[in-house]
Write a protein that binds this ligand. Structure first.
Ligand code: ZN
Length: 224
């Protein structure tokens, strides 16, 4: 589904995360944000093609965090299309070394296949993807190295599992999860001007996204 002229949304199948693609309308280059588990990789690629996008143009993959429902499919993208892999520095070792720790692969009944990280992202890095200039914002709480990607001009926020629509927010009971940090991250996000809230699970929001984030913050303060 098309969110804007250059952002495409592929709702997560079963327990996969939502997958987003950004198209550069000049070069046709594609940027993928989060991968799903890989269980449904062929179906995902079919849906990408059905949108008129060319999977062979996938040039980079960014992970919002390394949980298996976001990272399991990374190896499929790497094998098929050899993209650059961008992961926040605090979680990059999990992708390169594997192991269960942060990845939760075993919870999904699978082993994670380690792969090279080409760019270890840092707070404040800017990633150019199409017409978007995405700022990397570390939003710990769901995991220590969770990031959101924000374009201020276009008011786009890729929020991973930090904040969801429907007043919801990420779980804090996995390794490196932290309720206090998650609330602090939601405070930070509630100060941004957001129209498009493109979250890692559940529905996305394309208007009133500021109110959605504030509702999640309110609920986090009540429940965490
Ligand atoms: Zn997660």
């Amino acid at each position: 589904m098309k969110v804007t002229e250059e952002i495409f949304y592929f709702p997560g199948i079963n327990f996969d995360c939502n997958v987003f693609l950004i198209k550069d309308s000049v070069s046709d280059e594609l940027t993928v944000i989060d991968c799903g588990t890989g269980f449904f990789f062929d179906r995902l690629i079919k849906r990408i093609s059905q949108e008129g996008l060319k999977p062979e143009n996938i040039a980079r993959v960014i992970l919002t965090h390394v949980h298996f429902d976001h990272s399991g499919g990374l190896i499929n993208f790497v094998r098929e299309y050899s993209p650059q892999v961008l992961v926040f520095h605090l979680e990059a070792d999990s992708i390169e070394k594997g192991g269960n720790g942060l990845l939760l692969a075993r919870e999904f009944g699978l082993e994670f296949t380690p792969t090279k990280v080409h760019q270890r992202l840092k707070e404040g890095d800017i990633i150019k993807a199409g017409n978007l200039s995405l700022s990397v914002i570390n939003t710990p709480g769901h995991t220590i190295g969770s990031i959101c990607l924000y374009d201020q001009d276009q008011k786009v926020l890729f929020s991973g599992d930090t904040v969801f629509t429907q007043g919801s927010f990420g779980r804090v009971d996995f390794p490196t999860g932290d309720a206090k940090k998650l609330t602090q991250s939601l405070v930070l996000l509630s100060k941004l001007d957001v129209q498009y809230l493109l979250c890692g699970h559940l529905d996305i929001a394309t208007r009133n996204a500021n109110e959605q984030i504030k509702l999640s913050l309110k609920n986090a303060r009540l429940w965490l």
